[in-house]
Design a protein around this ligand. Structure first.
Ligand code: ACM
Length: 693
């Protein structure tokens, strides 16, 4: 009896502790959290009073918050209000207003106190309130007593002042509504810089009143009007996000030359580039005309984009047009310019003076890092972390993007492990460290469309946002994944389509037929990684190639495969939870039998047909995994011959098919290896016993 009592008490304590330690679904994780007891109910009578500094931007931030809160909780437009008096469920106090144009390094800190009687959000600036409201939004969820946020106290501030997302709108045009919903997503995870990559070989995307042939001839009619640009900037500002335009020069600039061939280093005529890669066309750095043009153009854009920073690109100039142009060669000799890099440095110096004349600070990719340029410029490191450390040592401020290339289809964990202060930057002095401003995730757009771009950005960018905001010691990958999923679902309420576009895309692929077999396959695949999509393409991809295949619908990271791998790891280690083996078996059987279901659909749709070899591999892997489990369960060690046959099959299944990778392969391989390992039988008996408990 006494034993039972002790067990009961211990059990209750454990449950209590678990409830206390229940992970808060916050991302990015705040700098400091103290849990209280109880919770604040958030019902239709919830109201907000603004008690400190008042300004339209703050009022708007609160309206946006209430709107998001209603959407998230399924409440109605008349629910929850801004109070006219000094009392309310939530009291907001900002010490001071925000700058007319949001600046790098403005105070974004906040203090949030939630108690069952009400909540308080205090911040030095409106910007801090904006960040704190996002935290509160993430804390509200359904509880037994209604929607509520737990009692707690949070003190929070960002680790880095520059936390960005770059979207390449040059290679594929991304419409305004898609940009806006991604700004909502950025605000939700406290990102504060939208880097708008606006010109590329494949498209020039902004209306220029001074040089209308830029957008008229360089964009296929797909560009943002200046009114639309202002609209985006205002929308971003309401959410505490700066907008930095990038006009890539002197390379990546074919689309400029369609209307203005005289800027180029070879005669032309030019057409909008349709292929992907690095191309020869580059501006002529030796002609004064180039700088007159850029002076006018940058002057126009400097007025349109209010931010202090102006990105001039500067990446990947192959120099071939310069090598082939006699006048350029003559200029180089006359000015003692030895290499193409030196010539580009000369160009950058001239452009920097223009950017500076128009009141802006120049930023560029790491190719522009040269001691000739003033220390005011900012270096965006993309080719490796060394350039970031080098820039900091030389006295330049810098950002990290190497490691945050979300177009490379890495899992969130891989991006999450990259830290702007690690690697080559790990041993900098405090002064050098202070020059590292943060980083940016980069959404290069060879393979993104308005339909699938959200799924390439989210939810992985939330993990990167945490790296930029949260203290450096917030690094636990399991915790990150535990929180990433609920955050991903919250982003659905903002209208992001990373989850919701999946099923319609699959339905199109099956020509409207039942998608369950295709989904079973698509759930466990990922697009090929790094830059292998070009190399494995069935035909050379261009900007006109439809993005409607399974590879375009598949998520960059398969949650289903990750969960399966975790189960297999626990099983093989002899530490599965009850029921794990049954779950593993059910999945393997589903995959084994999936091919039979998918086959008939392949006869009806070319897009399914392409995925059939992959499906065949999935089927074979399912069968092999089940056979391995049978060996283990029967206490029988699989023969070496069987093992090597299966491993040969596994090697085949690792190869990309239809530019997709089957992500369950390593886990099935582990089962096969375990079934043939010495002592496999004993391990499995333990497993069976624990499974039956
Ligand atoms: C770049 O990825 N070319 C900056």
């Amino acid at each position: 009896m006494r034993t039972m009592l002790v067990v009961l008490v211990m059990y209750s304590l454990a449950v209590f502790a678990e409830a206390q330690n229940a992970p808060l679904n916050l991302m990015p994780m705040p700098a400091s959290i103290k849990m209280g007891s109880g919770q604040l109910v958030v019902d239709p009578s919830f109201s907000i009073a603004i008690t400190g500094h008042k300004e339209p931007r703050l009022q708007r931030a609160v309206e946006i918050f209430l709107n998001d809160l209603r959407r998230q909780n399924g409440m109605l437009p008349l629910d929850m209000k801004i109070s006219n008096s000094a009392t309310g469920t939530l009291l907001i106090h900002a010490e001071s207003g925000s700058k007319g144009v949001q600046e790098l390094g403005e105070d974004e800190s906040y203090h949030l106190e939630i108690a069952s009687s009400g909540a308080k959000l205090d911040a030095p600036t409106t910007l801090g309130v904006t960040r704190g409201l996002q935290t509160l939004l993430q804390l509200v969820q359904a509880t037994p007593a209604g929607f509520a946020a737990p009692s707690l106290t949070i003190d929070d501030k960002p680790r880095f002042p520059w936390r960005g997302l770059m979207i390449d709108c040059g290679r594929h045009f991304i419409p305004l509504d898609v940009i806006k919903r991604n700004l909502d997503g950025m605000a939700a995870v406290k990102l504060n810089v939208f880097h708008w990559h606006l010109s590329e070989n494949q498209g020039f995307r902004v209306e220029s009143k001074k040089f209308p042939k830029l957008h008229e001839m360089g964009s296929d009619g797909l560009y943002y009007t200046q009114d639309e640009v202002r609209d985006v900037i205002a929308y971003a500002r309401e959410r505490g996000i700066r907008v930095i335009p990038e006009f890539d020069m002197p390379g990546h600039s074919t689309s400029w030359f369609v209307g203005y061939a005289d800027l180029a280093s070879a005669p032309g005529p030019y057409q909008i580039e349709r292929k992907w890669g690095v191309f020869d066309p580059a501006m002529d750095p030796t002609k004064e005309h180039t700088y007159h043009f850029l002076d006018e153009f940058i002057g126009e854009m400097a007025k349109l984009f209010p931010d202090q920073f102006f990105h001039i690109g500067g990446d990947e100039v192959n120099g071939k047009q310069w090598d082939a142009n006699g006048k350029i060669q003559e200029f180089m000799r006359a000015h003692n310019i030895k290499t193409n890099q030196d010539l580009q440095a000369y160009f950058n110096q001239r452009v920097q003076k223009i950017v500076s004349k128009h009141g802006k600070t120049m930023i560029g990719w790491d190719e522009i890092l040269r001691p000739e340029l003033p220390k005011s410029i900012v270096i965006q490191s993309w080719r490796g972390q060394e350039s970031l450390a080098q820039a900091a040592k030389l006295g330049y401020r810098g950002l990290l993007s190497h490691g945050y290339y979300i177009d490379l289809m890495w899992p969130a964990s891989q991006h999450y492990a990259v830290d702007p202060m690690s690697d080559a930057a790990a041993n900098l002095s405090p002064e050098e460290n202070s020059r590292i401003l943060g980083g940016e995730a980069t959404m290069w757009a060879e393979y993104v469309s308005p339909e699938n771009i959200d799924s390439r950005i989210w939810p992985r960018t939330a993990a990167i946002a945490e790296r930029f905001w949260s203290p450096q010691n917030v690094r636990d990958v399991n915790s990150m994944y535990q929180r990433l999923e609920p955050i991903s679902h919250r982003l659905d309420f903002l209208g992001l389509t990373h989850n919701t576009s999946y099923v319609p895309m699959l339905r199109r692929i099956t020509a409207g037929d039942d998608i369950s077999a295709l989904k079973a396959l698509a759930d466990v695949v990922e697009p090929v990684k790094d830059y292998t999509r070009e190399q494995t393409a069935p035909a050379e991809p261009t900007s006109l190639t439809p993005l409607n295949r399974v590879v375009d619908a598949a998520r960059p990271e398969s949650d289903a495969a990750r969960r399966f791998s975790e189960m297999v790891d626990a099983f093989v280690a002899g530490k599965p939870r009850p029921g794990t083996e049954m779950q593993i078996r059910a999945l393997l059987a589903r995959w084994r039998d999936n091919q039979v279901e998918l086959q008939p659909l392949a006869e009806k749709s070319f897009l399914v047909k392409e995925a059939l070899p992959l499906s065949q591999n999935l089927s074979t892997l399912g069968a092999a995994g089940l056979a391995a489990l049978d060996y283990l369960d029967h206490g029988e060690r699989a023969s070496e011959q069987w093992k090597s046959q299966q491993l040969a099959m596994v090697e085949q299944a690792k190869k990309p098919q239809a530019q997709l990778l089957l992500m369950i392969v390593p886990a099935v391989q582990k089962l096969i290896e375990a079934s043939a390992a010495p002592g496999a039988a004993t391990a499995s008996n333990r497993v069976i016993l624990s499974d039956q408990r």
